[in-house]
Each structure stands twice: as C-alpha cells, then as structure tokens.
Design a protein around this ligand. Sequence first.
Ligand code: CTP
Ligand code: MG
Ligand code: K
Length: 170
Amino acid sequence: MGLESIFWAFWYILPAYVANASPVLVGGGRPIDGGRKWRDGKRLLGDGKTWRGFIGGVAIGTLVGVIQYFITPDFYGSLVTAVKLAFLLSFGALVGDLVGSFFKRRANLPRGAPAIGLDQLGFLISALAFAYPVKTLSSGQIIFLLVVSPFVHWGANYFAYRMGWKSVPW
Ligand code: CTP
Ligand code: MG
Ligand code: K
C-alpha cells in the first residue's frame, strides 16, 4: 500500500481515535449505568464509563472533523459530510467502547483490566461500521487500520500513563 493511501486511512479514522482517547481527560462523574447491576450481580458497564466521557468524547471527535474539513475540504466534499462522518466515527467508537465494557464485566474483569483485542479493536470496528454509510475506505486501508491501531492504542495509553492521566499503561 502506498504512503498516500496510508495517510488518508489515518486522516479518515482520526476522529475515532480522538473520541476514544479524550474521555481519559474529560471523563468522570456519573457512570452511564447509574451504578446498576446485570443479572449476574456484576456492574452493567462499571465506573469507567461516564456520561461526561461519552458526551465529551463525541463532541471533541466531531470538532476534529470540522477542523479536518477546513484543512482538506476536497477529501470530504462538504462540511456537512465531514461533520456527519466525524460524528458517526466518534459516536461509533464510544458505543463500541461501551459494548466492550459490557462484555468485560460479564467476563468478571474489573474496571480497567486489560482485554487484549477488545480494548484495541472494539472501538475501531464499531466506528468503521457506523461511518460506513457516509464514507468508507478501501478494504486494504481497513485491514491496514486493523493491524496498526492496536500499536497506536498502546502507544497513546502508555503516553497518557507517563503523563499521569491514567493509572495503568493500557
Ligand atoms: N472514560 C469515561 N467515560 C467513557 C469512557 C472512558 O469517563 N465513556 C474514562 C474513565 O475515567 C476510564 C478512562 O476514561 O477509566 C479510560 O477508558 P477505558 O480504558 O475505556 O476504561 P477502563 O477504565 O479501562 O474501563 P473498562 O474496564 O470498562 O474498559
Ligand atoms: Mg482500559
Ligand atoms: K476501552
């Protein structure tokens, strides 16, 4: 795959990466599950999934799309398309993250425990699926993102850990 195609793959997915990462900084407060438990007696989602993180992540990810439009308008065609795409990528990423936490709690994993695969790819697959109707990548670009995103995710989390923003490096 050419360098240009790799660049556009990262450019396309950027709102999803930002939406997934920003709750570490803007999250906190009331958990989305309101403290409720599933029928197995474990939390539905856990204290790591908050309204502030979810709404803040979607807002910041969507804002990234607005900025991207003004940098590369031809890639999106119109501001409306850019905003729709960024919103769906961000919303999709954070919904995928919630689904991941739901399954982690069912597997008896406490908040913050790593789930290799789910943590790095759940948000990405969900973001790609939500955004698919508005604009999509080539199958080669999608495979590329599936392969490199776990490393981007680990790198970003290690950085956030070193910055003191989170207590574990994953
Ligand atoms: N966060 C949040 N709201 C969200 C998602 C994340 O407030 N919807 C914040 C929480 O402080 C969370 C941190 O971002 O601890 C890191 O996110 P993540 O790694 O997804 O959550 P975990 O704490 O690992 O929880 P889980 O085990 O459920 O994945
Ligand atoms: Mg985590
Ligand atoms: K996660």
